[in-house]
Structures are given as C-alpha cells and as structure tokens.
Ligand binder design. Structure first.
Ligand code: ADP
Ligand code: MG
Length: 356
C-alpha cells in the first residue's frame, strides 16, 4: 500500500499554558477527503494552520508526500487553502482574484489566461469573470475563492469552515460541488467543520475532535452507527442519553426496567449512560415484545415525513427518550401529548458507556 499523503504525528500546540491541540496523530491517503469535526474551540483551526505552516506547532511532526515539512515555511508546502470569509481582493475582478497566485509566481501571461479560464469553467463562473467580489453572491464569492485556492494545482486542499457563512440552501449545493470537484481532481483534502451533517455527507473519513484530542476516527456511517463514547453518540446525530446501572453481561437497569444492550466493559453496579438513536425506537403494544420501556409522550414536533417525540420515562426524572415515528404511525395510533406509550429498542442498538 502507498504511504499516506499527509502524516501528522504526535502534534501538540500550546498557547502560553493552554493546550489547544494535544498529541494528535492522523494519516490522510492520497485523494482522501478527511473532515476534522468538533465543537467550537476544540482545536480544528489550530491544527489546520499547523499543517499549512501558518502557525508552527509546539511539538510533533508533519510530513507531506513523504517529506518532513515540520519546519518548512507555508510558501514551500504546496497547498491551497480556503477560509470561511472569502478573503477576496475587493478591487480585483473574479478572474484577477483567481490569477493572483499565478501572477505572484511570475507565470507567463498566456499560461495564466489559459489556467484562469479552465478554473472559471471548473467552478462554473465563466460568465461572471469580470465582476468584482461585491457584485457576486456569497456562494459565487466562495467559488472564486475555491478556484483561487486550486489555481497553482496544489496537491493538498485545506478548507476551514468554507460553507459556514452561506445560507442553508447554498451551503448544501456548494458542499456537493466541493465534493465532486475534489473527487474529479483526486486532491487530498482536509475539511474543518463544526457541522456534523456536512462532515457525514461528504467525507471519506471523519475525525471527531474534543478538547484538542481525537475522540473517534471512522467512516461516516461507522461513526454514526458505532459511537465510541457518549460525546460521539450525542455530537453526531441525535441520541437519547439515559442514566442507568450496569448489571453485567450486556444488561442494565434503567429505572424500573431491565434492558439488554450491546456488550460493554463497565463493572457491575457502576453508573453508566445508555445511548440509542431516535429511529431505533419502536412503538409496541405489550411488554412481551422484549426490551421495552414504559413512557409518556411529553412533546411532539412535526418534521414533515416524521414526528420527533420526546418521551418521559416513568421513575427516571429528567430522562428523555427521543423517538422518530412516521406521520402514518402517529395518525394510526392517535399519538398525542400526555399519552402513555410502550416502546422497544433492540439490544444491538443500545450503546453503554461508563459514567453518568
Ligand atoms: N493565538 C491564540 N492564542 C491563544 N489561544 C488561542 C489562539 N488561537 C486559538 N486559541 C485557543 O485555542 C483553542 C482552539 O482554537 P481553534 O483551533 O480556533 O478552535 P476551533 O477551530 O476548533 O473552533 C480555543 O480555546 C482558542 O481560544
Ligand atoms: Mg475554527
């Protein structure tokens, strides 16, 4: 197997005494799109800036294409970068913004014209080439910025929240554009985002970060289906997180109920948190169905094709089970706030994590 294109080894960044990135290691393969996903302040931008050489790491190593660039200045690292704020030059046209890096490299004029035209085609902005940034929409400006980042044909693309300033519709459109471009160019890409939906939608691999460290790495569907921690279970998608007591060998006590779960490590009688997804909660008639919980409908909110229900648990104050039921189910069972309902969750859908 080929060596990874980008190798980050034991990278740390300390600001005075604050550790923004803590012993972070990651390999990214050629042509892979990896997202750094996590809440605001968890160290994503700090890490990306270290990879770019814009801010030097406190310790650790970075290799790009097999070359140790840990102490190499940004200008010698061969990457394109895109930030949330488009950072275009307001006094240059779209075409001249895209040409900027090529001009700086003293590329011959005819070669610049050819390349800029290619890039305008690539981001579908040929007709806007002479407009100034203020005459373009946010989405168009960000496409100019993307073309500018790609102008010098870098082999590494670094994206820091590139879609966060755009409205929801443009965001989804442009995220799919970025993904298809990235695939077509086969360009190794690191995307920083706090938006889990965005990360899940377009990444080959998601790196979930929390407080400067890696919480979990995996393919989007693996992270969603097999969260490794309560943080992962609740940051990605929606999970119910309920306080329970370990009974050992894949069972827990939840209030008055005993539930079978996935296997877990926590010692018997210790406090645990059980997590499961709203779509894994089924309405049932009787306790005979197994692994059932008695609840009361506390909230119902309409989501179009489905209803999101907040179910209060008898005997477990403040615990809420989130459940998604189809519109047809809600209609057929005449589900309403205040109704007593029994729900079931299959054991292999219930994750158990140590601690409350
Ligand atoms: N130049 C700096 N000086 C001091 N603290 C910083 C500096 N840059 C970032 N930080 C701190 O490091 C942490 C991580 O920041 P950042 O990497 O920007 O987070 P993210 O991009 O995940 O939102 C934050 O707590 C932030 O306040
Ligand atoms: Mg950031």
């Amino acid at each position: 197997m080929a060596a990874p294109y980008l190798e980050i080894s034991h990278l740390s960044k300390v600001f005075s005494s604050f550790r923004a990135v803590n012993d972070f290691s990651l390999n990214v393969n050629k042509g892979e799109l990896v997202s750094l996903l996590g809440p605001s302040g968890c160290g994503k931008t700090t890490l990306l800036r270290a990879v770019a050489g814009l801010d030097r790491q406190t310790s650790g190593e970075i290799r790009i294409a097999g070359r140790d660039v840990s102490n190499t200045p940004a200008s010698k690292r061969n990457f394109g970068i895109l930030f949330q704020s488009y950072a275009l030059f307001p006094n240059l046209s779209a075409a001249d913004n895209i040409a900027y890096g090529l001009v700086a490299r003293r590329t011959p004029r005819t070669a610049i014209e050819k390349r800029v035209s290619e890039l305008l085609d690539l981001v579908d902005l040929q007709s806007q080439r002479n407009k100034y940034p203020a005459q373009l929409s946010g989405g168009q400006q960000q496409r100019v910025a993307l073309a500018r980042a790609l102008a010098t044909s870098p082999e590494l693309l670094l994206l820091d929240e590139p879609l966060s300033a755009l409205d929801a519709q443009v965001r989804v459109y442009l995220r799919d554009e970025i993904r298809s471009l990235q695939r077509r160019l086969d360009i190794t890409t690191v995307l920083v985002t706090h938006d889990q939906e965005e990360a899940l939608a377009i990444s080959d691999t998601v790196v979930l970060m929390n407080k400067g460290s890696i919480e979990q790495i995996g393919a989007p569907d693996t992270l969603y289906a097999q969260p490794a921690s309560r943080f992962a279970a609740t940051f990605i998608g929606t999970s119910s997180a309920l306080p329970a007591t370990a009974l050992g060998s894949g069972t827990v006590r939840l209030g008055e109920h005993v539930l079978k779960t996935r296997p877990y490590d926590a010692p018997s009688a210790s406090s645990v948190t059980i997590c499961f997804r709203p779509e894994d909660v089924r309405l049932v008639d009787t306790a005979d169905d197994g692994n059932t919980i008695q609840t009361r409908v506390a909230r119902l909110s309409f989501h179009g094709a489905s209803w999101r229900c907040g179910l209060a648990l008898t005997g477990v104050p403040d615990a809420v089970v989130h459940a998604d039921f189809t519109a047809a189910t809600v209609r057929d069972t005449a589900l309403a706030e205040g109704a007593a309902v029994r729900v079931a969750v299959d054991p292999d859908r219930i994750s158990v994590f140590a601690g409350s």
